[in-house]
Design a protein. Sequence first.
Length: 291
Amino acid sequence: MLPYLLIAPTVLTTAYLLVYPLVRNVIISFQRFGLPELVRGDAQFVGFANYAKVLADAEFWAVVRRTLWFTAINVVLIMLLSTLVALLLMRLGKWLRLLVMGGLVLTWATPIIAATTVFQWLFQSRLGVVNWLLVSLGFEEYRDYTWFANGEATFGILVGLVVWQSVPFAALSLYAAMVTVPTELYESARIDGAGAWRVFSTITFPMLRAMFGLITCLEVIWVVKAFVQIWVISQGGPGQSTTTLPVYAFQVAQSLQRYDLGAAVSMLMVLLLVIALLAYFRVLYRQEREA
């Protein structure tokens, strides 16, 4: 019993912090749970009524499409830039590689709130560095330009912020995987006259396909659940141009005080994420079998 007693505190703490909120959220999604029920504690079960109401709302589907678009753009950019950075690290010398890796680690370790605040300062209309730099380059139309009053501009800033925060983890993980590929394979390919793209497409990617798949799945989860960055910068605005599913669930729960509908939205988000990841894993598995 000693090994089980030693791990019991960790298991119980994890269950309390992760499992209990999930189970509680599932239960609330099947109840009528607003502010009166929160105060009185007499929530009644209503079955799938909350899910039916959410699924019948056109705004929910608009948010779903926006979330998918936001996720696709971010994940593609993250994987592309991370792969390029990992390949760059493979070619750098020892000290320069350590310098770049140190910068990546510092970027990754920066708290989300701090990084988000920095991006807010960068794009300030009057004192922001971005506007100052653009005006200095001759783009006078950006003098006192209000970035956060434009939905597309705010969307782009959020994409840049999420990508900037995500690339270090993915790049370092891919680099750690790349160093495990035998150097003899690269040497043989170069002797045969293979270029950089040919080496990557025939050696690096096929051997690390599972790792690329894992990193992609982790980044999909990270981007879909991104909340702090969006809420701090725009709170889903202007209008609803940057409202994704986590922000929408929070808005429904807090602004409308319909915690049941907010719970239903969050559970539907988890369901959509699970379906997408299962489909992706199925494709990866099929590719591995064919290989």
